[in-house]
Design a protein. Structure first.
Length: 198
């Protein structure tokens, strides 16, 4: 586990704050409503801690994930509870009832996840002054532990540690759950920590 000094922790918090602001603006524009986001919790965790930090490996979740390329290679994930996923899809499609099994709803959720991932990648790039671009997103819905096992198997489990950014979103006083995970490749993690330690 990486041990962070005060400068690095401040930089991580700044990244979370910038990412949250970017995400709130992007979501507000997408659903045409004001989105408020709490001050985010930002930390680095080991791989074995992720599922438990997000409520447990047996919790049903929707996960949008994409590969990150350029100077910070890794994998970025946006994790939604089913209630939050349905809420955003209903708002985006302007429909009172939606089925998250429909292709249109899944496409809308992938778009939301992609924009949120982009918000945090942009924030991370601003803080560490390294470039990062996300690829086309994919989506999975299952127990969180199973999804993470699948994604880690797909990427060869090359990440050792994870940037976790947890937010509480509020739309019309409704509280929503959304978390961001960035799984940098080991060399990218070293580069990032070095950059924010200066």
């Amino acid at each position: 586990m990486a041990r962070l000094n005060d400068i690095q922790m401040d930089a991580l918090r700044e990244m979370g704050n910038i990412g949250s602001g970017n995400a709130a603006t992007a979501l507000s524009q997408m659903i045409a409503e004001v989105v408020d986001i709490s001050v985010p919790s930002t930390e680095i965790l080991g791989l074995d801690s992720i599922a438990y930090a997000l409520g447990g490996p047996e919790r049903l979740m929707y996960v949008i994930y994409l590969e990150v390329v350029r100077e910070m290679p890794g994998t970025m994930l946006t994790v939604f509870s089913p209630e939050t996923a349905e809420f955003f899809v209903r708002r985006l499609l302007q429909q009172k009832f939606v089925s998250l099994e429909d292709e249109l709803a899944q496409s809308a959720l992938r778009e939301i996840g992609s924009i949120l991932c982009g918000s945090y990648l942009s924030a991370l790039s601003q803080v560490v002054r390294l470039s990062a671009v996300g690829t086309v997103p994919a989506m999975a819905c299952d127990m969180l532990g199973a999804i993470l096992d699948f994604i880690l198997a797909e990427i060869g489990q090359v990440a050792d540690e994870v940037f976790l950014m947890e937010n509480e979103l509020y739309v019309a006083e409704k509280k929503l759950e959304c978390s961001q995970l960035f799984l940098p490749r080991p060399e990218a993690l070293r580069t990032i920590l070095s950059a924010i330690g200066v």
